[in-house]
Design a binder for this molecule. Structure first.
Ligand code: HEC
Ligand code: HEC
Length: 319
């Protein structure tokens, strides 16, 4: 009886590998790599001074779209920004604080930086620069990140890294399991609910949207997000994360609470859309920096559904 059991185990392994490969051959899911529709046009600036709650500041859309001036809605939330974070350096180092926001919470279209170590921030920015880190689908936001990383000096990067590493991370995401989600459209590289109350089945997707789209457009650093995930994702992710193989068990490298160690960055309470892109990019080979080797055995057998479950679980944890 030994042989058939071994054979059975072997075929299961083969089938699982084939399943995982088939999944990745489906291509990168559009919800994780949103691309603007072909006829997309940004809303023109009508000159209105925009505001967000609990801030005395005000900016026009044109000011908010300036890649060399990070809007500082809540100066009391963070130490004073280094020049490179607040203004960047013309012509090609865009201000980190524009995209990642003044104190580093980021959004689903980029990444949170607060709570990461300075060493990790430097390493990743360097890998964007040397081409070891890209996305499986070319994205304008990442292209601008790459451009900035190529033009910045080591000293500038050091200052930005020390700044974001000094900020205590806070949770900005509520993970909600659901069968139906608001209908969304891609609006300037992010998912926004359509006007009205139309709903649709979630399917195998994560739909992560700002609680207040207008405040998000104003790049308010205090904006919160709702991440809708399929029913059962969080528990499934918790089980997958606890894999008995030490090369795969998330907590061994990312820490028991997934808030990071000296080996690996924190993944708790971060944008599940961002985290999903990373798992997918490790698997597709688009992200292949020096330490990504440790993530290879992790993603090897993950299907898209498994990735959704894992990142839903990670995002549901607290900082
Ligand atoms: C134009 C927008 C933009 C600007 C400006 C920008 N970034 Fe980014 N950054 C991104 C995007 C987009 C990603 C995520 C790419 C992805 O999804 O894989 C990113 C990712 C990162 C990461 C990886 C985080 C992680 O957890 O691995 C680091 C570190 C980073 N940026 C640092 C910086 C620093 C430092 C600056 C300023 C010198 C900066 N960025 C300026 C868009 C930007
Ligand atoms: C053996 C160690 C190890 C294990 C186990 C491990 N990771 Fe990682 N992980 C890393 C390292 C190291 C990095 C940083 C890779 C790099 O520098 O490119 C990383 C990066 C990541 C990132 C990207 C984070 C960012 O800021 O961009 C995600 C998401 C991630 N891991 C998820 C997981 C999940 C989910 C599991 C469990 C299923 C897991 N990891 C298990 C070592 C590990």
């Amino acid at each position: 009886m030994r042989f058939p059991i071994a054979l059975w185990a072997f075929s299961v392994a083969l089938l699982t590998a084939a399943g995982a490969r088939a999944q990745i051959q489906e291509g990168p899911p559009a919800w994780a790599y949103p691309v603007n529709p072909p006829n997309f046009q940004r809303a023109p600036d009508d000159g209105t001074i925009r505001h967000v709650p609990d801030s005395a500041a005000g900016f026009t859309l044109t000011q908010l779209r300036d890649l060399f001036a990070a809007p500082d809605w809540h100066p009391d939330d963070h130490p004073s920004m280094p020049e490179i974070v607040a203004r960047g350096r013309k012509p090609e180092v865009f201000a980190c604080g524009v995209c990642h926001r003044a104190d580093g919470p980021g959004g689903p279209e980029n990444a949170s930086l607060f709570g990461l170590s300075a060493e990790y921030i430097i390493q990743q920015s360097t890998e964007f620069k040397t081409g070891l880190r890209t996305n499986s689908v070319p994205r304008i936001a990442t292209d601008l990140m790459i451009k900035s990383s190529k033009a910045m000096t080591d000293q500038e990067l050091g200052k930005a890294a020390a700044y974001f590493a000094s900020i205590k991370p806070r949770s900005t995401i509520a993970v909600v399991e659901t069968e139906v989600v608001p209908k969304t459209q891609v609006r300037d590289l992010f998912l926004a609910p359509l006007d009205g109350t139309e709903k649709e089945p979630i399917g195998q997707r994560i739909i992560e949207i700002p609680e207040n789209v207008e405040h998000f457009v104003s790049r308010d650093s205090r904006v919160r997000f709702i991440a809708y995930v399929p029913i059962g994702s969080v528990q499934k992710g918790r089980t997958l994360a606890a894999n008995s193989d030490p090369r795969v068990q998330c907590g061994i490298c990312h820490g028991a609470d997934l808030n990071g160690t000296t080996i690996a960055p924190g993944i708790a309470s971060r944008s599940p859309t961002y985290l999903f892109r990373q798992l997918y990019d490790f698997k597709s080979g688009a992200r292949k920096g020096a330490n990504s080797e440790l993530m290879k055995p992790v993603v090897e057998n993950l299907s898209i559904d498994d990735m959704i479950a894992l990142v839903a679980f990670a995002a549901s944890l607290k900082h």
